[in-house]
Write a protein that binds this ligand. Sequence first.
Ligand code: NDP
Length: 337
Amino acid sequence: NKQVIFKGFIVGIPKETDMEVKVGKIELKAPKGSGAILVKNLYLSCDPYMRGRMREFYGSYIPPFVPGQALEGFGVSKVIDSDNPNFKPGDFISGFTGWEEYSLIRKTEQLRKIQQDDIPLSFHVGLLGMPGFTAYAGFFEVCSPKKGEYVFVSAASGAVGQLVGQLAKLHGCYVVGSAGTSQKVDLLKNKLGFDEAFNYKEEPNLDAAMKRYFPEGIDIYFDNVGGDMLDAALLNMRIHGRIAVCGMVSQQSLDNPQGIHNLFCLITKRIRMEGFLQSDYLDIFPRFLEQVVSYYKQGKIIYIEDMNEGLESAPSAFVGLFSGKNVGKQIIRVADE
Ligand code: NDP
């Protein structure tokens, strides 16, 4: 059983050498009386929050990874053997699994059975999985969007950002995205339907860039990055603007995250700034699935994936998230269906 092992707690930006691909042993059976299922992993999701689990004193909503054991994360898997009446061999599922070829899953309550149709299976860790749901819940539940509003999205071509922008367009908003390469900017403008996009790495002054793209200010900032971008956005928010604090990928690897200078704008502009976790909104997951599947089938949204092949490529795929190497949702294909 090939596995991606977490070697030990880290400081700073993750490196490929923080992980190791090794072959371990596993019995390809779900033990009798365990209630567990044995799955073959097909697709694994690389997500920025996993960096947090590489820290010993994490103090967060999910425990750290265990040194010496395989990483875990969201995946799409096929049931091979089952000691659980809710699952049978041949079922496709999505949920938490190991970064390995085969996993024995005991916590089956968190799994979702995939109803197979003509949607790619890998979408269940992207568009129809945790990142897509984050975009949907964050935009509709936290941002309280109204038709015609001005929306700014950072890390806009990524797993979450690309859907936020498309949902905002469908809602009748004006949408601008930022990303870190000209290729991504091109995708945002020419494939994903953003009204405008810019490469923040080529902007000497983020405040000036925002004033250029939002001469009348920003109603909604969907923040995926934190740091300087958040500071500049604060200066450009409109009165009664909303900031959904989804993630702070620019700060995640720092021991001392940088300070935000422009928080006084919260008062002068009566801004509502709210952090959120997608997991607090799971009651609306069925509505999300129905709506987004329908948009996808009608060709109203697209979803860009960055697919790496094989478990050997997993460490570099994960590390690439923190330098913007991924173009779209980063996934690892472990095995064929
Ligand atoms: P992405 O697919 O967007 O990948 C990460 C991207 O972040 C990179 O491609 C890169 O894009 C950008 N990035 C990396 N380092 C920096 C940096 N130092 N400064 C600015 N941008 C950087 O990831 P996701 O869409 O999966 O996640 C986006 C955000 O949403 C993350 O912060 C994540 O933690 C958060 N999140 C929050 C959830 C919640 O429930 N609150 C759930 C899921 C995700 P670029 O080339 O544009 O720089």
